[in-house]
Every structure is written in structure tokens, then in C-alpha cells.
Design a protein. Structure first.
Length: 517
């Protein structure tokens, strides 16, 4: 056995830090090491366990994008890890045990929770939310933070008793070489010296652009690209007009904080196209919103269960084939055509089930045409639109509802010169359609196709990481695909899109092209 490092530094003690701590413990225990002489330095200036994003004291208005039944901090049996997994509860199973529903979870999971009781103030502070949470619920970020804190305590308890744990409530500023060791400068003026350092950072902020710095220094109220609960949202003027850049999760957070947390109410209303209407408090600002793509992230489908597994069989075969060839994997040429085929196949499978009369050929014939189409001749590392356009053309005549994947990649094509009112109308009409597709869920051919695009991101990233992918893809096809997959698959819960549309209809949100800022 190689000599054990005397000091390990872990920078970041949120979800990644918890998992890293648990795996360190698992490896030590698997090797029969008692941990004598080992010091684990845990470095974070945020709440240890919950981290900054999932802080337990934040407003309960903000929610997770992930479902309660789909998130866990524990390795699962059969996971490809080098040390034995620690079987523990998903967040929903943890909630079930807090409710006393022991028969709903495995005895192993229940035993782990029994051995590490949740602090009693948690079920008291979150009683209402715990009572109503379902596997398909989007829990508050604060409640997830409580789950993380509990999982962190469990991970620490797995460490051999001889391991010394030192916490440093400070931000790591720099790492420099100190012989064979790392010298980590902290924001409190101290330095940690470590034999090994693991970076487990979560929310990483991009550097401000020159335009953003100009805005920030202009004297205007400025909310930058950071965790909204840590910024001065209260400074946004009631009744004033606020320019917002970005239509991702940060925007939906800002939207909720500047409406719900200012006394506004979203009320169920079957006569409203959003399904809800907004009752203003008079304290909310008016939001003018722009983003690079210009269109809001799509709402997640309302499956009322965990999402279905996407069929990525063609993509998986392409990854295997590309890995056997010499040279780097070219996403745009080697993988993208297969992923587009998987997406179209998913579309037509659902269409054949829900509206078979729309098809002019049998499903088997359509799938055959999808696989036989010559997409490789138009594939490139710089463009992702040519391949789906070619497949749409190859499928001419198969039915009256063709999949326009290019239209989803660029949903506002040709609308760059429209005035704000017309652009807002087009986007809000699109959101009304998006809501209907999300409600249809498993019965939406479009959602089936886009779910493949979302699900393909992880295996694609794994296939091209560590230098295996061609560099030219990173500024072209791969970059554009990952952004597209995020837009269609990592959007807000459906109720947030309903709320956004209700705010548009209430005259409190309008849209602007980013180029006009």
C-alpha cells in the first residue's frame, strides 16, 4: 500500500464535496486503513453541506429543478465505483422516513437513517412542505439543503475515527506549489498546506464582460450573474422598469423573488391561457428580458413520475464506433447524426401511438428511412442545423406533422427586427404551446424528440472529455448542441412557465432581443 498523504484539502463542501468525502471514507474503509495521521481539510465560506446555492435559511419560494425522487447523494448498488457503495435514501425516501413511512424504503436505507437521525428542528421547520412532497415534486432549495446537511453528517461519520477533520470557513483564493505540496491561500489570511487537493466547486461565475462592467459601474441598479438570493433584489424599484439579461434558471429565480416575495399571488384560473393569473401587489418591477437565444428555457414535462429513459441506442453505437477509430472524436461528424436519428425516431414512435392517422407510412418504414438517410455527407464540426434539415427533407411525405428540429434550435429565426410588442406576442404564443406540450408529456411527440436531445448531453460529454474530442467542435457543433440541449431539457418546472406567461399577460414582462441592449 502506498504511503497515505498526511493532508488532503477539499475545496468546496456542497454536494460534490459531500460525495468526495463519502468516497474518501469508502476507499479508506475498503483498504482497512485506520486513517491515522490523515487530516482532511474542508474549505468553504458557505454553509458546510448545503453550500451557497442550497443554503437552508433562504426563502422557500425558490425550488429545485430536479424532482425529489430523482436526486440522491449516495452511491447506488451496481455503480461503477472502486470502493463499495454506501446505500442511502434519495431525497424523497429521506422525506418518507421523516413522515414515518418506513415500509416505503428498503431496510438498509431505513437502518442508515436510524443510525444518523435528522435533527428534530428540520421536520418542524419544513413540516408543511414535507407533508405535501411527492416523488415528482420540485422541493424548495432550502429543504434540499437540509437533506445535504444530513448527508454530509453521514459522510463524515463514515471516516475512520483516526482521521482528523478540520473545517476552514473561508474562500480559497489561490493554490501554489510548495515543493511536493499545495499551498492554499484562504480569504481569512491563513494558508492550508496539503499533499493532495480536490476541487469540488459548484456554482462557478464567469468573468463579467466589458458591457456588464460598464453597466455595473454606471450607477444603475445592477444584478449580475450570481445566485439571486445573495444579491440586492430589494433594490429593484417597485413599479420601475428593469432590464434583465438571460432566460435561464437565474431569470426564473429573479422573477419569483420580485413577484411572490413582494406580495404578488399566482391564482389558478381555468380561463387564463397560462392556467393561472397574476394578482399584483404593486411592489413588483416591470421586467424587460433579453437573452442570447431570445427564447425562454422550455418547461419540464409534467410526467407525474420520474422522466422516462431516452432511447439513445444509435448515439451509443456511434460513440463505440468512434472510440475504436484512431484520432479524436468529432462530435459534429461522428456523433451528431446518430443523435438526430434517435431524436426523430422518438418523435415518430410517439406520433404513431397518439395520432397514427397522421402517418402516411408504417412506423417501421419511417424508422428505416431515418436510418438510411445520408446525413453524414452534410455533417460538420461547425454547424448543427444541416443534419436535422437533411433528415426532415429525407422524410418528406411520411406524415402531415414533420418534426422541425431546426426551428427548435433557433426558435426566433427572422424575428430580430420585430418591435418589442410583436416579439413578446410571438414568444408568449410559443410559451402557450410549450405549456400544452409539457402537459401532454409522454403523449407529446415533440417532447419525446427534445428529451433525447437533453439526455444525450451527458454521454456526449463523457465521450469527448479528457482530450478525446476534436477542438474545432468546442467552438461550433458541440458548443451549440450543449446549449440547445440545456435550453430544451434543463428548463424550469411547468408552474414557473405558467407564472411567466401570466406575468406577460399582466403586462409585467416583455421581451427584447439581446442585440438591442
Amino acid at each position: 500500500m502506498s504511503p497515505m498523504p498526511a493532508d488532503i484539502a477539499l475545496i468546496g463542501v456542497g454536494p460534490r464535496g459531500i460525495s468526495t468525502t463519502e468516497r474518501i471514507a469508502a476507499y479508506l474503509n475498503a483498504q482497512g486503513a485506520d486513517g491515522a495521521g490523515l487530516t482532511l481539510h474542508l474549505i468553504d465560506d458557505a454553509e458546510l453541506g448545503a453550500g451557497r446555492v442550497w443554503e437552508t435559511t433562504q426563502t422557500h419560494t425558490l425550488c429545485m429543478n430536479t424532482l425529489a425522487g430523482a436526486v440522491t447523494l449516495f452511491t447506488e448498488p451496481g455503480a461503477t465505483v472502486g470502493a463499495p457503495p454506501l446505500e442511502g435514501p434519495t431525497m424523497y425516501e429521506w422525506i418518507q422516513l421523516l413522515r414515518g413511512e418506513r415500509d416505503a424504503v428498503s431496510p438498509t436505507t431505513a437502518a442508515l437513517v436510524d443510525a444518523h437521525p435528522t435533527p428534530p428542528h428540520i421536520p418542524e421547520a419544513f413540516a408543511e412542505e414535507i407533508a405535501r412532497t411527492r416523488p415528482e415534486s420540485n422541493p424548495s432549495r432550502a429543504l434540499y439543503g437540509a437533506y445535504l446537511n444530513w448527508a454530509f453528517a453521514v459522510a463524515l461519520a463514515q471516516l475512520p475515527a483516526s482521521v482528523e477533520v478540520r473545517t476552514h470557513r473561508a474562500r480559497a483564493l489561490a493554490i501554489t506549489d510548495e515543493g511536493d505540496r499545495d499551498a492554499i491561500a484562504l480569504s481569512d489570511g491563513t494558508t492550508v498546506s496539503a499533499d493532495a487537493t480536490a476541487l469540488a466547486s459548484g456554482w462557478v461565475l464567469p468573468e463579467r464582460t466589458a458591457r456588464e462592467r460598464k453597466f455595473a459601474d454606471s450607477g444603475f441598479t445592477w444584478v449580475g450573474g450570481n445566485n439571486p438570493v445573495e444579491q440586492n433584489i430589494a433594490a429593484l424599484p417597485a413599479g420601475g422598469t428593469v432590464l434583465v439579461r438571460g432566460l435561464g434558471m437565474g431569470f426564473f429565480d429573479l422573477m419569483a423573488l420580485s413577484t411572490i416575495d413582494r406580495g404578488g399571488r399566482f391564482v389558478t384560473d381555468g380561463t387564463a391561457r397560462a392556467g393561472v393569473r397574476y394578482e399584483a401587489s404593486g411592489n413588483e418591477p416591470r421586467l424587460v428580458v433579453a437573452s442570447g437565444r431570445g427564447y425562454p428555457y422550455l418547461p419540464k414535462s409534467e410526467y407525474r413520475s420520474l422522466p422516462p429513459a431516452a432511447d439513445l441506442s444509435r448515439h451509443a453505437a456511434a460513440v463505440r464506433a468512434a472510440g475504436r477509430r484512431p484520432g479524436q472524436i468529432r462530435f459534429g461528424v461522428d456523433l451528431w447524426p446518430a443523435l438526430v436519428r434517435d431524436s426523430f425516431a422518438a418523435y415518430y414512435r410517439v406520433l404513431s401511438r397518439v395520432r397514427p392517422e397522421a402517418l402516411g407510412e408504417s412506423l417501421d418504414a419511417i424508422l428505416g428511412r431515418i436510418d438510411a438517410a445520408d446525413l453524414e455527407s452534410v455533417a460538420s464540426s461547425t454547424d448543427i442545423e444541416a443534419v436535422p434539415a437533411a433528415l426532415t427533407e429525407a422524410l418528406t411525405g411520411v406524415g402531415g406533422e414533420p418534426l422541425d428540429l431546426v426551428g427548435w434550435i433557433d426558435p426566433l429565426r427572422g424575428a430580430g427586427d420585430l418591435p418589442v410588442g410583436e416579439l413578446t406576442r410571438i414568444i408568449s404564443d410559443g410559451m402557450e404551446r410549450d405549456i400544452a406540450e409539457a402537459i401532454a408529456a409522454r403523449d407529446s411527440p415533440v417532447k419525446a424528440a427534445l428529451w433525447v436531445m437533453s439526455a444525450g448531453r451527458k454521454p456526449t460529454t463523457l465521450a469527448v472529455e479528457n482530450g478525446r474530442g476534436a477542438e474545432e467542435d468546442r467552438t461550433g457543433a458541440l458548443r451549440d448542441y450543449l446549449a440547445f440541449g440545456q435550453m430544451v431539457g434543463s428548463g424550469p418546472p411547468l408552474f414557473r412557465t405558467r407564472e411567466l406567461l401570466a406575468l406577460v399577460d399582466a403586462g409585467l414582462v416583455t421581451f427584447l432581443f439581446l442585440i438591442h441592449i
